[in-house]
Design a protein around this ligand. Structure first.
Ligand code: IVH
Length: 675
């Protein structure tokens, strides 16, 4: 990925974090749900193409939609995941190639189950002792809303399961509304839903289940949650069981080989318009469940499935204005304000313009009629202005050279596409965005400290930097007297902050908002250094170029030299050290746990793989070691516990011998890893 695209991606991630917080912490969305979803999907799409950005997937995880007040929260026994996207045969081929690489397969064709991707909302159904006991929405993937009562209004939902079903089983699927029922519903009421998916979501998430009962909702079952005993050995077998148990399983689902996917995709695409319900692509899932288990997950999505989306929908509208948004890192991002237009069932009012070069390259002017595209629900993009329709008054946009928020000069480094505000600590936008990040999910996750509250307190002078958060209780009376507050909510906020005075190391690292340190990288660092003290000392030592500490940091698998430089840059700034020290006055930081697998002999060990392994491809070996709590690094040092040596191992094996390290054969590694 070139640096321009990277900047664009960073800006996109910033925006998701801000809008997500605005939405779920304050119920004060700054963009529409559809736009928010589109942002996330776009980020997912970019992530799917650029695995090197994998850590950002964790940021996405942090900012899911939080349960709406009123429904009981339900913690999913296994996270409800999303899917990576493909937009064409090349993407699909890449997906297959990655699977082969991970598993170390040669040319063996892969076998899939292909299913239409239903445009509804996912649901988890729990059965205990063969009785339906609970339904939950996906929520943020870890925690959803209890919609059991609402689901009970669906006639088609099996209330009991036959004897051959496990005693305890969670079944997942999609609740949707047929197109005809959506149109009829919109006809019958003032409030119009933008599309069947929104109508389904709005109808299901009714506190009064009586309203849900009046709406015609349907359900397709298609995925597994936890179950007390295995149901099948293939996904196809699983679907057959679901059907036998009375669930509705999509009749267009097929078992196919890799080579048949493109044809299937075309076939479903052609039939799409005639289907009674909306679909936005086809999901391809590895059929063999044992292979699914081996493949596992990256971030939010399984390695064993992909959603191949249908091509973009297009529309034409006018560009009313170009707005500039300032993100946490100071990036100035232009956004098109449009005359609202319906693009493939979604009302679009904004589109991304990426950066100033993009505006110039496409020669986009304010007042232009523009062609828009929305691909598989990703954020709408402006393809081109329709020059023949350009009005005389169309105005060239001059990209600001100063931050629209703080007025500081905004500079663009020679190799960068993004212009950044240089205001740093004096830029209200950057300060508040950083504070919002600090309080958000995945970081300190302080309930009630969403972006509205952060902005309010910032402007009231109660909050200037993160350590101030932990002094807010001193102002509780003052807060209680503020408009919209009151004693109860002020006390609730103090309690929510109090509850976060003890914080796990990975969250603390992530909360600092260091460039490129998303949740995943924060976890890697925490796992590697173990304790705050060790991490802090190592980071300060790593500010020196060429130091052992810097080399160690750069050799952590998944971190690398660029990120090491970002960390060093952060710790070279005295004001950052001061802020971290000030925070420490208020906090207890708990040590990182090695991913729940302390029982494993690999837990806490530092491992280097070198040479070719005969039975395990490197990615799978690495993922396995990490899942058992090991740290995998790229270079051998005296801190390395095990060097796993395959055939044709080179200098690393030599160095291991020189240092007298424990060298493992592949078979010994498999034994230690319990494979
Ligand atoms: S499988 C671990 N199958 O798409 C994979 N998902 O973008 C779990 N969806 O959250 C999902 N049709 O709401 C799967 N046949 C299908 C689907 C499907 C629609 C939705 C689902 C999921 C989203 C991911």
């Amino acid at each position: 990925m070139n640096s321009g695209d990277k900047k664009y991606f960073d800006a996109l991630m910033d925006k998701i974090a801000v809008s997500g917080t605005a939405y779920h912490a304050n119920d004060a969305p700054i963009i529409t749900d559809a736009e928010y979803d589109a942002l996330r999907r776009e980020a997912n799409a970019i992530l799917a193409e650029h695995p090197e950005l994998g850590e950002a997937a964790q940021v996405l995880e942090a900012v899911g939609a939080e349960p709406a007040a009123g429904f009981r929260k339900v913690r999913h026994s296994e996270p409800m995941l999303s899917l990576d996207n493909a937009f064409g045969p090349e993407d699909f081929a890449d997906f297959c190639a990655k699977i082969r690489r991970f598993l170390g397969l040669d040319a063996t064709p892969l076998h899939f189950v292909a299913e239409p991707k239903i445009d509804g909302l996912s649901i988890s159904l729990t059965y205990e002792e063969h009785k339906f006991i609970r339904a939950a929405t996906r929520g943020d993937g870890s925690e959803g809303e209890d919609v059991t009562k609402n689901l009970l209004t669906l006639q088609a939902l099996p209330r009991t399961l036959p004897k051959d079903a496990p005693d305890q089983i969670e079944i997942r699927g999609e609740v949707y509304m047929n197109k005809a029922d959506f149109l009829a519903l919109n006809d019958s009421q003032e409030r119009k839903f933008a599309n069947p998916r929104n109508a389904a979501a709005g109808s299901l998430r009714q506190l009064d289940a009586g309203i849900t009962a009046k709406r015609k909702l349907a359900i397709f079952a298609y995925a597994q949650g936890k179950s007390s005993t295995p149901v099948a050995t293939t996904h196809w077998g699983y679907l057959q069981k679901l059907k036998a148990w009375g669930f509705s399983v999509n009749p267009l689902s097929r078992q196919i080989t890799e080579a048949q996917a493109e044809e299937f995709q075309t076939e479903i695409g052609i039939g799409r318009a005639e289907l009674p319900y909306d679909i936005d692509g086809v999901v391809y899932k590895i059929n063999d469940l044992a292979l699914q288990t081996r493949l596992g997950f990256v971030g939010r999505a399984p390695r064993w499935a992909i959603a191949w989306k249908f091509p973009a929908e297009r529309a034409v509208t006018t560009l009313l204005d170009i707005e500039i948004q300032v993100g946490r890192t100071g990036a100035l991002t232009p956004r098109a304000k449009l005359t609202p237009v319906n693009v493939g069932g979604v009302l679009v009012q904004h589109a991304t313009l990426h950066n100033e070069d993009e505006i110039n390259r496409k020669d986009i002017r304010i007042g232009d009629t523009v062609e828009l595209q929305r691909a598989g629900d990703v954020i709408p993009q402006i393809i081109r202005p329709l020059l023949e329709l350009r009005p005389k008054f169309a105005k060239l946009f001059s990209f600001p050279t100063h931050c629209p928020v703080c007025g500081s000069i905004a500079v663009r480094d020679t190799d960068e596409a993004v212009r950044r505000c240089t205001g740093g600590l004096i830029c209200a936008a950057q300060i508040t965005e950083r504070l919002i990040h600090f309080c958000a999910r995945g970081a300190f996750d302080i309930e009630g400290m969403g972006d509205k509250t952060v902005l309010e307190f910032y402007h009231a002078g109660l909050l200037k930097s993160a350590p101030d958060i932990f002094k807010l209780h001193e102002h509780e009376t003052e807060i209680a007297e503020r408009e919209g507050w009151g004693k109860t909510s002020a006390a609730k906020l103090s309690a929510a902050i109090e509850a976060r005075r003890t914080i796990p190391l990975p969250r603390f690292i992530y909360a600092l908002g260091i460039r490129r340190i998303g949740e995943n990288n924060a976890k890697l660092l925490a796992r590697h250094y173990g304790s705050y003290e060790n991490w802090r000392a190592s980071m300060e030592a790593a500010t020196e170029i060429g130091s052992d500490a810097r080399l160690e940091l750069g050799s952590i698998s998944g971190i690398g030299l660029t990120i090491a430089t970002d960390l060093a840059a952060f710790f070279s700034e005295q004001h950052n050290l001061d802020t971290v020290d000030a925070l420490l006055q208020h906090l207890t930081i708990t040590d990182a746990q090695t991913s729940g697998a302390t029982a494993s002999p690999l837990s806490g060990k530092t491992i280097v793989f070198t040479g070719t392994l005969a039975t395990l491809a490197r990615p799978e070996a690495k993922a396995k070691a990490e899942s058992l709590g090991a740290k995998v690094t790229e270079s051998v040092s005296k801190k390395t516990d095990y060097v796993v040596v395959g055939t044709d191992a080179g200098s690393k094996a030599v160095k291991a011998a020189e240092l007298g390290l424990t060298v493992l054969t592949e078979a010994q590694f498999r034994e230690l890893a319990g494979i």
